[in-house]
Structures are given as C-alpha cells and as structure tokens.
Design a protein around this ligand. Structure first.
Ligand code: HEM
Length: 539
C-alpha cells in the first residue's frame, strides 16, 4: 500500500512539474514582448550563465544588446527582468509597498544569521533600520576613524615585516637594489580580508579577530569560516527557490537528519560552518562599538521598537558579513588597479603625502584626487556583483514599471511602461547602471578618475537613485547600504597609510575577477588571491 501511495505521489509531482514547464514554454506571459537573450535550458533558463563565476560576458551582452530592461529566463523558464533603466530603478527601490527583497534570499540570510536587518521585510525591516541607522551617523563614524588608523598601521607594519625578516611570504630581492630597495610578492586578498574583518570586529563588537601581528597569519576559525560561508552556500543557489517550503517540512531535528544523510560534502561543509557561527564570538570591550550603541539604544527604545537578544546577536553577524566581503573586495580592486596604473598611483601618493598623516573626517573627504579615484573604482567595478534580487510581491497583484527610455518590443512597437505580474524576479543591474553610456557618456567603460570633480562626474543630466555618487554601488531607497560612509572612510584611511609606505605593481600571475556568491573576487588559476609586487619605500 505505502509504496503505491509513494508512487502516485511521485507521479503527481512529476505531472505538476511537466505541466508547469509546458505552461511556461507554451503559455503566454505579459512579459513576452520584452526582448532578451534566448534561454539556455528549459529547466534553469539563463540562470547558470547569469550566476556563472565568469558570467561577465553574459552580463555585458545583456547590457549592450537589448534595452535598459531585459527579459531573461529563470527556473522552469519563468520570465525575469534585468533592469538598469534609471526611472525603473527609482520606482523599484523607492516603492517598498510594490517591490521587496526576494524572500528566498531573506530565508538564506535568516538561516545563516538569525533574525536581522537583511533577513526581513516590511515593518520588521523598518524597525531594524530605524534602530541601527543612528549607529552610522557621521558623528559616530567620526569617532571610529582613530581605530581605522590603528588597524591600517598594523597592516602596514605587517607588510613591512616580510621585508625585514623574511616572513611567511615569497620574498623576491632585486639584486640591483638589494641594499636599498626590497620587493616582495604578497597576497593582498589575504591581507585585506584580515583587515576588513578586524575593522568591523573592533567597531561592531569591540572584538579583535586578528592581532595583525607583523608576519603572523593569525586568522581565527570564525574568520576563516565567515569568508568561505557565502561562496559555499551559493553553490546551492539553484535550490534556493525551494528553501522557504523546505524549511517548513517536519521538525528542525528532522531537517537536520535530512541534511546529514544527503551525501554531499559541500552541504556538510555548509552545515558545519553554520554550526561554528552559532555560538558567535566573545565580546571583550564595551566602549564605543556599534553593539554597545545598540544595547544602550535598546534600554531607552519606545514600546515595540527594541530588539530581543536573539535579534541583537543576529544583527551583529549580519553586520559583520555585510561589511567584510564587500570592503575587502573594494580594497582588492583598488590595489589591483593601482598596480596597473602607476601614473595614477604616483599622483595619489603625491596628494596623500602633502596631507596630514592622520586625517579627520573632513580632511579624508577633501582630497580631490583620492575622492575621484575611489568613486571611479566603485562606479566601474561595484563589489556587489551586478545582480541583486528583488521581487514584485504580494501587496499588489500586478504592478507597472515606468521607463525613462522606451523599449522596442519584440513586436517592433515602442513600450513606455511594463506591466509586471506579481512574483516576478527583478535583478537590479548595479554594474550596468554604473556603466550606462547614456548617463556616463561614450567613455563610460573607461577608467577615468579625472572625470570626477567635486563629487560629480561631468555634466550628467540623468540621475540614478543611488545614495552615493549618482551610482548604484550602495543601492538607494529604503534598503540602501547603511555602512557606505563607514566603508569609504575605512578605504581612504587604508589607502593613505599604505600608499605613504609602499608602491604596488603587477606580479607575474594573471589575475582574473570572478563572481563568488554575490561578490567580485580576484583569483589566480581558480584560487582566490591577489598577488602583487609590493615595494617598501621606507626601507
Ligand atoms: C564597499 C563596501 C560596501 C558595499 C559595496 C556595500 C553594498 C551594499 C549593498 C548593494 C547593499 C544592499 C543589499 C540588498 O539590498 O540586499 C548593502 C546593504 C547593507 N550594507 Fe553595505 N556595502 C558595503 C560596506 C558595508 C559596511 C562597511 C557596512 C557596515 C559597517 C555595511 C552595512 C550594510 C547593511 C546593514 C545593509 C543592509 C541595509 C538594509 O537592508 O536596510 N555595508 N550594502
């Protein structure tokens, strides 16, 4: 009896899936008239190409060969939209009642960290955001600058150590200059991963993950795991859509049993990582860190606004994760570009050495070339890779996406707005928006720090709704990055300290940028690393 029932059950599921696929392929969709690339597979659509670690060419094809809203195919060929039209973007990020963060990603974040700002929508998100925003006010970030310098100077000392003592890195003496100049090949990805974790650890929970002792690679297990966590979890991205339902099947113990018996090393690695993150970290100091600010704010929060202990802990894990990989990716890209453009590097160094050794909030913002350089890198190479998920969701059955530039439909007619059915996945194409020729000019794809004057790039007439520099790097609207000023100051402090002491040039290895999870990372022969030649100027 039981096997027959199981068989009928399986047949029913099979029939449902086949009818779903047939409906998707042969049924009509209101989005049929939007142009886009052919689907690569009935089952997975264009998703493998979109999420491929080397998917830059596919993204470029979307950016250059269709309109500013492109139709792609998702699971079971469901139509999805890849959007970089500025008016459409504004409508998406600002109409929080019509569009919300994809519930699937919310679920993933919630499973990894517990309740927190990136794992919820609606009123809960509003409550978290209102609660956390004051911790990132300019006055609070100003107080963190000495700590940024403290960490940056430890990094500098750490970089000097292999030069003086041999250290753990490959040391390559230039015989002609051996007595005066010393050059070493160092993996800056490792160094910036440690740096950004140390900065966010110290500022968010007053905890030092890494003593940054010169010459010692002392990253702890939590730090190592954190770095690997999202890339590992993202290996299962095609299964994400099933997560919300899967999490409702049986008890937690049963779901754990299922994970244990599935014969997948990667899944077991992800399970072990989440276990390790569970106990969290130990708070050593309670002075000015963000956690202390949140705890204090909790004491005086009005009814319904305070956070539970579980929420506070979840929040901190999310903050560390939001800050670490993004800032480390930005630093990697910055130093890779510096190594490739020696003239730019020299010009920056000249500006920096003229400035005070320890700059305050205003001074860090007032070096024009440094400011233009950072803006240009973050425009052309946003660390969060071009796709961010949002979904037209339940409050309205269907919604309408307004367009700044009309599209030519598949039927050859002009389209001035797009009716979007409920539950349509929309990708905010951050990089495509940042490189849109209509906004940035014909040289949009060129790296030109000089295009920036007083925080503005040329005579732009078209606005993007991003919170920083008319670009989408930190998003805009009610889910924009809360830590963007923090990140910019951290980056500028680290650049100013390191450029005073070192020059950076390419090593022999060829560096390729990959998409890892949602973050761009440098890699050499498949391994995440950024080998650069570093020359000590203060020998
Ligand atoms: C260059 C570095 C960074 C980049 C490019 C970046 C980018 C972003 C982006 C694109 C989002 C929107 C994500 C979404 O909608 O799911 C975001 C959200 C967020 N970021 Fe950042 N970020 C950076 C650094 C930081 C730092 C240093 C912190 C904290 C110290 C931080 C805290 C947050 C938080 C809390 C959110 C969630 C906001 C919300 O959901 O309301 N970020 N970030």
């Amino acid at each position: 009896m039981a096997p027959t029932l199981t068989l009928y059950g399986l047949i029913a599921v099979g029939v449902y899936l086949v009818s779903l696929i047939l409906h998707r392929i042969f049924g009509r969709s209101i989005l049929d008239n939007i142009d886009g690339p052919p689907s690569n597979s009935i089952l997975t659509g264009n998703l493998p190409a979109l999420f491929d670690p080397d998917g830059w060419d596919f993204q470029q094809d979307l950016e250059e060969n269709y309109g500013e809203v492109v139709k792609i195919r998702g699971l079971f060929s469901k139509p999805q939209l890849y959007v970089f039209d500025p008016v459409a973007l504004q409508s998406i990020v600002q109409q929080s009642d019509a569009y919300e963060e994809d519930p699937i990603f919310m679920k993933v974040y919630g499973l990894l960290w517990g309740p927190g700002i990136q794992s919820c929508i609606g009123a809960d998100h509003h409550r978290y955001r209102k609660f956390i925003t004051p911790a990132f006010a300019p006055g609070k970030i100003r107080e963190m600058i000495p700590l940024f310098y403290e960490v940056a100077e430890k990094v500098r000392d750490g970089l000097i150590s292999p030069f003086v003592s041999g250290g753990p890195s490959k040391v390559d003496m230039d015989p002609a200059y051996a007595s005066s100049l010393i050059v070493a090949q160092l993996d800056l990805n490792n160094i910036f991963g440690r740096t950004s974790l140390e900065v966010i650890g110290r500022t968010s929970i007053g905890y030092s993950f890494d003593s940054m002792i010169p010459g010692q690679d002392t990253r702890n297990e939590y730090a190592e795991t954190l770095k690997e966590l999202l890339p590992t979890v993202f290996k299962f991205k095609l299964f994400f859509p099933f997560l919300p339902r899967a999490c409702e099947i049986g008890s937690a113990a049963f779901r754990r049993f299922v994970v244990d018996v599935i014969p997948s090393k990667t899944l077991h690695r992800a399970r072990d990582m989440v276990d390790l993150m569970e106990p969290g970290y130990h708070i050593e100091d309670d002075s000015k860190d963000i956690m202390t600010l949140l705890l204090k704010a909790n004491l005086t929060a009005e009814e319904g606004m305070f956070l539970t202990d579980e929420e506070l802990v979840g929040q901190t894990g999310l903050l560390i994760s939001a800050a670490m990989d993004t800032t480390s990716s930005a630093l990697d890209r910055i130093f890779h570009i510096l190594s490739l453009h020696r003239d730019v590097q020299d010009k920056l160094r000249a500006e920096i050495v003229e400035a005070p050794e320890h700059m305050d909030y205003e001074q860090l913002g007032s070096l024009p070339y440094l400011d233009g350089f950072v803006r240009e890198v973050l425009r052309l190479y946003p660390p969060v890779t071009p796709v961010m998920n949002r979904e037209a969701w339940r409050t309205v059955e269907n919604t309408t996406l307004p367009l700044g530039t009309p599209l030519v439909g598949v039927d050859g007619q002009l389209i001035t707005s797009i009716p979007v059915p409920k539950n349509t996945t929309i990708y905010i194409a951050i990089q495509a928006a940042n490189r849109n020729r209509r906004i940035w000019g014909d040289d949009a794809l060129e790296f030109k720090p000089d295009r920036w004057q007083n925080g503005k790039a040329g005579a732009q007439t078209e606005r993007l709704c991003g919170i920083y520099g008319n670009m989408m790097t930190f998003l805009g609207g009610g889910r924009s990055c809360l830590g963007f000023k923090f990140a910019l100051l951290e980056i500028k402090v680290i650049m100013s300290v390191l450029l005073r002491s070192f020059t950076f040039s390419p090593a022999d290895d060829s560096i390729k940028w990959k998409m890892s999870g949602m973050i761009a990372v440098p890699s050499v022969e498949g391994k995440v690393e950024l080998p650069l030649m570093v020359e000590n100027l203060k020998h």
